[in-house]
Design a protein around this ligand. Structure first.
Ligand SMILES: Nc1ncnc2c1ncn2[C@@H]1O[C@H](COP(=O)(O)OP(=O)(O)O)[C@@H](O)[C@H]1O
Ligand SMILES: [Mg+2]
Length: 138
């Protein structure tokens, strides 16, 4: 890829560490002249993916690997954890009416990631989860 900017990091399980990754993403995007609107959406995608990874990390290896590859046209986000994994197809779709009530407000992360990205892949097994998000930046 031409003018490809890449950032790779391993995040420890400490409070608010996702902000470090988001800040790195922001710096790369501004360097490449990406629009504020796309940067805002990319920040949300990354935040949701990393928070899920941290929350569901295994007790053995509470680390999250993050990789961003960016050109002026496209961002590829890769996040992996070493948690217990899950079956994406068995996650229930969140229901706005229920969420407006007293029930918990959780469960929007995957839906947001699906709708804000242009492509979305989850690979998960008992050794952890890898999520790849593609976002068009133009
Ligand atoms: N990285 C992950 N590892 C294991 N389970 C996950 C992971 N990401 C998501 N899940 C599962 O999918 C569910 C839905 O995720 P999400 O839509 O982000 O909602 P929330 O994080 O608020 O529960 C989670 O509750 C969890 O059971
Ligand atoms: Mg979540």
């Amino acid at each position: 890829m031409e003018n490809n900017v890449k950032l790779k990091m391993t995040l420890p399980d400490i409070p608010d560490i996702e902000l470090v990754a988001v800040e790195g993403l922001d710096k790369m995007a501004r360097h490449l002249g990406i629009s504020d609107e796309k940067i805002g959406e990319a920040r949300i995608l990354v935040t949701e993916a990393i928070i899920n990874a941290i929350e569901h990390s295994g007790k053995e290896k509470m680390e999250v690997d993050v990789e961003f590859t960016m050109t002026k046209e496209k961002l590829v986000i890769f996040v992996r954890d070493y948690g217990q994994g899950f079956k994406p197809e068995s996650v229930e779709e969140p229901d706005i009416l229920k969420k407006m009530g007293t029930e918990n407000k959780r469960g929007w992360g995957l839906k947001i990631m699906k709708s804000m990205s242009d492509d979305f892949l989850i690979e998960s097994n008992e050794n952890g989860t890898k999520i790849t998000l593609i976002k068009n930046l133009v």
